[in-house]
Ligand binder design. Structure first.
Ligand code: F6R
Length: 259
């Protein structure tokens, strides 16, 4: 696991976006795994800037998103499909037919999730998976207690995630936040060739500590990344506060990034 600690979330987002831009330039048919939430927005803006500056094109890129609320249509303004359209897809030159988000209205969620896994496999697997991290250590909607081998399925949100999501979205209304979702599994996520996890702010200190330095455990599903051989964590100083080996991470990431 490479841990890149930046002073600010702006700096971390730019570095992560640069990594994606470089990968897409090298392989215009890159398959991306994408995340929603407040964390990746700055990185998505940086990716859009690179497209505008004609440094890169997403015309041949395909994407699969991590998750979607169960019961919300893609047209709902709090759905993850809507979020992706507004925060990334409309700002870059990706073809909307090449973007995939689980269908929150699927009548048969088991079938929907199995088909999603098949599509990813048929595309050759995910080259770069973008992740945020929940304050309880979740990745996608894989809450504490989810098997680290889990596959895409219907899942249930913990009260702490419902609270976090209500604070940032749904105008603060906890009742309005769906309590279940369709989500890629931890096992599915860990099959990506490269993983980029972003973590910003004090609220993520404990989760990041569990992810990077805690025991690998289903009680912090982000800790599964410890067993991945190309996982990158881009965080700000606020989120990194509880990490013990900060100096070592700084030295190693500077060496690997050529900074
Ligand atoms: C979103 C997702 C979630 C978020 C996490 C952090 O697609 O899968 O795991 O990454 O809940 O959310 P924010 O970034 O809003 O703090």
């Amino acid at each position: 696991m490479e841990v890149v600690i930046c002073k600010t979330k702006e700096e971390a987002s730019k570095l992560a976006a640069d990594m994606i831009t470089a990968a897409v330039k090298k392989n215009p048919k890159t398959v991306l795994g994408l995340a929603t939430g407040s964390t990746p927005v700055l990185m998505y803006n940086e990716m859009a800037k690179a497209v505008k500056a004609r440094k890169v094109s997403y015309k041949q890129v395909k994407s699969w998103n991590l998750d979607e609320y169960y019961g919300l249509a893609g047209t709902h303004d709090q759905s993850y499909r809507y979020f992706m359209n507004e925060n990334l897809f409309k700002k870059i030159d990706i073809q909307i037919k090449n973007t995939h988000v689980l269908n929150g209205l699927a009548k048969d969620p088991v079938k929907e999730c199995a088909a999603y896994e098949k599509q990813i496999k048929a595309a050759g697997g995910i080259d770069i998976q973008v992740l945020g991290i929940g304050s309880d250590g979740h990745i996608a909607f894989n809450e504490p207690g989810t098997s680290l081998a889990s596959r895409t399925s219907i899942v249930y949100l913990t009260p702490s995630t419902v609270k976090d999501n209500a604070r940032l979205f749904f105008k603060g209304d906890m009742e309005a936040v769906p309590k279940s979702a369709l989500s890629m599994g931890v096992g599915t996520i860990c099959e990506a060739k490269k993983i980029i996890l972003l973590a910003f702010g004090e609220n993520k200190q404990d989760a990041l500590k569990g992810c990077v330095e805690g025991p690998m455990s289903q009680f912090c599903t982000a800790s599964a990344l410890q067993a991945h051989n190309d996982a990158w964590i881009f965080c700000d100083e606020a989120a990194a506060k509880k990490l013990k080996l900060k100096k070592y991470y700084a030295w190693r990431s500077a060496t690997k990034l050529g900074l």
